[in-house]
Design a binder for this molecule. Structure first.
Ligand code: AMP
Length: 515
């Protein structure tokens, strides 16, 4: 019996017997179509793992990666697992201030970045004590691959137990500082296995992979799903709806954030014909509008399966796949997955009866180990009896379907990406002429929510909204930058002195309404 609980070993065990079959085929990007066989995955991950091993990194070393989406970036992830280190993916949109924080906090032993960013990224990394900085571009070039080429293409996967760290995913914190969610080999593998069964993965499945791979959805849910099933992936580095529609007939499984479904529906050529071989459309990461759910069913005959999860827990709930388990209900995120405990509690920690709204708390083998180097924060986010407080507000109806109704932490989700107002407020408040600010999300027809800033000037100062936005653009990822910035005399406050964001949201609720 194999006692190595390294996730890579489980994924590799699922490769088909014929290693010469195509595992991944690129649909866009330099050189497309490029075909990677299962044997290529086996060999390339061995070479990169051998390179990492040759660096004599300490036990539990972090490998931080900020690169464009490419098959090689996925191979790097698998190689980090294989070598027994901890993978730390970073959103490609992150700018200097953010990277500086992640590197200082995570203290990675290895940083991999795009060639064009090597100058500033390596400076940050070397100053923080990182000894190895490699480059990797989406055209199969960079020093990582140059160096890996000198290493053997066989490698014995590092011995790991289920409780060993496999990845750290940084989630933005309500205080404006990100927290690193520590996920173990056991967390990732148990969740991947549950989803494999629950979503009925079967022989012959082909996944259309269109999501970024720095996030739980594209990196874990999508990639693990296909790998654990030995399934071919059609690999898009960028989501182009027209191109995706062209390739859909070759696929059986698609995973997307709600915005992608809206964009598919905007394609005139998209309909039943394009979906003729499809088995399953999965949505998540943000609420899927009921209009999208209904329009998609009418257009394609397929009922989108919505699921719910987060970086700290991977997947928690899912609408049923098999009709015998129930219907897929729009506006709900389905049932807790097998092995996942989910309960709704009121502000005093007492269980809410069916249909009543409260804080969602969860338990299970998928729930993370804690926040990296934040034991106090970790303690705060768990109940005394060991349930994780998700920060999401929702309810469970009498039939057991879970609905998410809001986010207790004022999180904004724009185009499937999370934006924490406190982080943007922190940057704004530091700017000259700014006394204070409030950042909110208001309904946006394309992105679900659009980020809006409301700023109060210092006495006598007249900050220019456009200049504030431009300054933010140079500091943080574009998706976090407010699309509108208002300068006002005062923020609305309650008697306790708390800023009334609800009032601000109402005030600006029609800002992005399409006329
Ligand atoms: P992340 O950690 O970036 O994956 O973000 C997790 C958060 O996204 C959750 O805590 C929810 O607030 C939200 N989320 C994920 N899936 C859904 C969904 N299907 N419906 C509503 N919100 C969702």
């Amino acid at each position: 019996m194999n006692t190595n609980q390294n996730l890579f070993v489980a994924l590799r065990d699922a490769f088909p017997a014929d290693l010469d079959g195509v595992a991944i085929e690129t649909a866009d990007g330099p050189g497309a179509p490029l075909r990677y066989r299962w044997r290529d995955i086996e060999r390339a991950t061995a070479m990169i793992a051998n390179l990492l091993a040759s660096l004599e990194l300490p036990e539990g070393a972090r490998v931080a990666v900020q690169t464009e989406k490419s098959v090689e970036a996925l191979l790097l992830y698998l190689a980090v697992l294989r070598a027994g280190y901890v993978y730390l993916p970073l959103n490609t949109a992150y700018q200097a201030a953010e990277i500086e924080y992640f590197v200082a906090n995570a203290e990675p032993s290895v940083v991999v970045c795009a060639k064009k960013n090597f100058g500033w990224v390596s400076k940050i990394a070397f100053q923080a004590g990182t000894k190895n900085v490699f480059t990797l571009d989406d055209d199969r070039t960079g020093t990582l691959l140059d160096r890996a080429a000198f290493h053997a293409d066989t490698h014995e996967p590092a011995q790991k137990s289920a409780d060993d760290l496999a990845a750290i995913l940084y989630t933005s914190g309500t205080t404006g500082r990100s927290k690193g969610a520590m996920l173990t080999h056991g967390n990732l593998l148990s969740n991947a296995r549950v989803l494999h069964d629950y979503w009925g993965w079967k022989q012959g499945d082909v996944l259309l992979h269109v999501l970024p791979i720095f996030h739980v959805h594209g990196l874990f849910v999508a990639s693990h799903g296909a790998l654990l099933n030995g399934s071919r992936m059609i690999w898009f580095a960028r989501f182009d709806p027209a191109e995706v529609v062209k390739r859909l007939p070759e696929a059986t499984v698609f995973m997307g954030v709600p915005t992608l479904y809206v964009r598919l529906l905007a394609e005139s050529g998209f309909g039943r014909e394009a979906c003729r071989n499809m088995r399953l459309f999965i949505a998540g990461s943000a609420p899927l509008l009921i209009e999208t759910f209904v329009a998609f069913r009418e257009r394609t005959g397929h009922t989108i399966l919505e699921r719910y999860g987060m970086s700290e827990t991977i997947m928690l709930t899912s609408n049923p796949y098999h009709a015998k388990d129930g219907e897929r209900r729009g506006g709900t995120v389905g049932f807790p997955l097998p092995g996942v405990g989910l309960r709704v509690s009121d502000d005093n920690g007492r269980p809410c009866p069916a249909g009543e709204i409260g804080g969602i708390e969860v338990k299970g083998p998928n729930v993370f180990k804690g926040y990296w180097r934040m034991p106090e924060k970790t303690k705060e986010e768990f109940t005394a009896d060991g349930w994780f407080k998700t920060g999401d507000v929702g309810k469970v109806d009498a039939d057991g379907y879970v609905t998410i109704v809001g986010r207790s932490k004022d999180l904004i989700i724009t185009g499937g990406y999370n934006v924490y107002p406190a982080e943007i407020e922190g940057y704004l408040n530091e700017m000259p002429g700014v006394a204070e600010s409030a950042v909110i999300g208001v309904p946006h027809p394309d992105f679900g929510e659009g980020v809006v800033a409301v700023v109060v000037p210092k006495a006598g100062a007249q900050p220019e909204p456009a200049a504030l936005v431009a300054e933010l653009k140079s500091k943080i990822a574009n998706f976090k930058v407010p699309k509108h910035c208002f300068v006002v005399d005062a923020l609305p406050r309650n008697t306790m002195g708390k800023v009334q964001k609800k009032e601000l949201r109402e005030q600006h609720s029609t800002l992005f309404r399409s006329s």
